[in-house]
Design a protein around this ligand. Structure first.
Ligand SMILES: Cc1ncc(COP(=O)(O)O)c(C=O)c1O
Length: 440
């Protein structure tokens, strides 16, 4: 939580002054796994409560009328430096601020914002960065609702898009950026945002973030559009896109960060200057997550590293079994990449394969459905990144609304089953997949 007002005329009571944060010890930078237990929270501010209470309040009492004025000067931009302290729960609250501080730690980002869902994070981001006539250049596929929001909602406000396939080499990215720029010029706007999703949902295709960043810089110099990337599938543990040229990292925190399939939330992180326009629009629209969800996220972030590690180890074992199974046509798992540009991107950008992958069952929809219906441990549900293993059929479920031609072009086939491996015993999971494949 940021310090409260410290201007000379308004002295905060000592009770409300948080202790200084410790992020290094003896010259050693503390790891996120350590900082998740306490960073951003001072028990002394909450009667010594070791864990943050859930702050169920819609508004925050000012220490004086002058302090109230100062808060609003900051929030409305009348005074430089932004808001200090808390004013009203549509803008922020203690639980949300602690989550934001901790999310920023994972991404090594200066600032972070939490939202009521991944989609409200993405929608607020797009609306904050785009104006009438602008163009968004994006990789494909994107999560279907993101693709739909750009194509069908943003277009209502005169914002169009240009897309390129996730695995595209530098020349193809250069060409997409050039087309985006031309299109924007014709529409009287700018290329306002480059939006990536890597790995892509549901194909797991990786985008070369470094190549996108180099292409943007080659086209625009220092004045290019920000690069935002949906890092839901690998982040925040296995991929840190800010270190590879992205400016804004986007999450459905519903997935690995929440990690227990019991909440819906979103987040973005990056430099403060990148977050500021989005924060201003979030303040206006109220797309922030609620305090209870923020508290649950705090609890989840404490175990994030061990959950994501275990799930990934499980996925390695499960995929090793599946890849040679006679009823399996192929497995799209980052841990099984053996050659080509995807392996090259993986080696440069990722520190682990995560635990969400595509299983291509021999046959089509009927065979895939037989497999799904026979599963006994894995649950048949959309979403991913929870403690339990989930399986779904993107072509008939999450990506049903994607036109057939585009599905074909993106490789979202009728025999693609998406699996998100949880933290169960890996041999039990293998036994489950074995008996379900026998039923195909
Ligand atoms: C990659 C990706 N981005 C964004 C979202 C949207 O997140 P939410 O459901 O939290 O709104 C999802 C949801 O599945 C997703 O898989």
């Amino acid at each position: 939580m940021p310090n409260s007002d410290t201007s000379p005329e308004i002295v905060p009571t000592s009770r409300r002054k948080p202790k200084a944060e410790i992020t290094t010890l003896g010259g050693r930078e503390l790891k996120p796994a350590t900082l998740m237990m306490g960073h951003g929270y001072d028990p002394a501010l909450s009667e010594g409560s070791l864990k943050p209470p859930i702050f169920l309040t819609s508004t925050f009492a000012f220490e004086s009328a002058a302090a109230g004025k100062r808060h609003f000067e900051g929030i409305t931009g009348v005074r430089e430096g932004g808001a200090e302290g808390l004013v009203y729960s549509r803008f922020n609250g203690p639980n949300q601020e602690i989550v934001e501080d901790r999310l920023g730690i994972w991404d090594r980002a200066e600032d972070a914002l939490v939202f009521s869902s991944g989609m409200s994070a993405i929608a607020t981001l797009l609306l904050a960065y785009c104006e009438q006539g602008d163009v968004v250049v994006h990789s494909g596929p994107l999560y279907a609702a993101t693709e739909g929001f750009i194509a069908r909602q943003m277009s209502r406000y005169g914002v169009t898009y240009v897309d390129f396939p996730a695995g595209a080499p530098r020349e193809e990215i250069d060409s997409a950026i050039a087309r985006g720029r031309d299109q924007a010029e014709k529409q009287g706007g700018r290329l306002a945002l480059i939006f990536l999703e890597s790995p892509a949902n549901p194909t797991n295709a990786l985008v070369d973030i470094e190549a996108v960043s180099a292409a943007r810089d080659a086209a625009f110099g220092n004045d290019g559009p920000p690069i935002a990337i949906d890092n839901t599938f690998l982040g925040p543990l296995w991929q840190r896109p800010l270190e590879h040229g992205a400016d804004i990292v986007v999450y459905s925190l519903t997935k690995y960060a929440g990690g227990h399939s019991d909440l819906v939330a979103g987040g973005i992180s990056g430099a403060k200057s990148m977050m500021d326009p989005v924060r201003a629009l979030r303040n206006t629209m109220g797309t922030i997550c609620d305090p209870n969800t923020a508290w649950m996220l705090l609890r989840s972030l404490e175990t994030l590293e061990i959950r994501m590690r275990r799930a990934s180890e499980n996925a390695v074992k499960v995929c090793d079994f599946l890849k040679d199974h006679p009823k399996v046509e192929g497995v799209g798992f980052l841990g099984l990449l053996r050659e080509g540009n995807q392996l090259d991107i993986y080696r440069r950008h990722c520190t682990g394969p995560g635990s969400t992958f595509s299983l291509f069952v021999k046959g089509g929809e009927a065979e895939s459905f037989r497999f799904l219906d026979a599963l006994k441990i894995a649950k048949l549900a959309v979403s991913l990144g929870g403690t339990e293993t989930l399986a779904s059929h993107p072509a008939a479920m999450t990506h049903l609304s994607v036109p057939a031609e585009r599905k074909k072009a993106l490789g979202i086939t009728d025999n693609l089953v998406r699996i998100s491996v949880g933290i169960e015993d890996p041999d039990d999971l293998i036994a489950d997949f074995d008996q379900a494949l026998a039923a195909v």
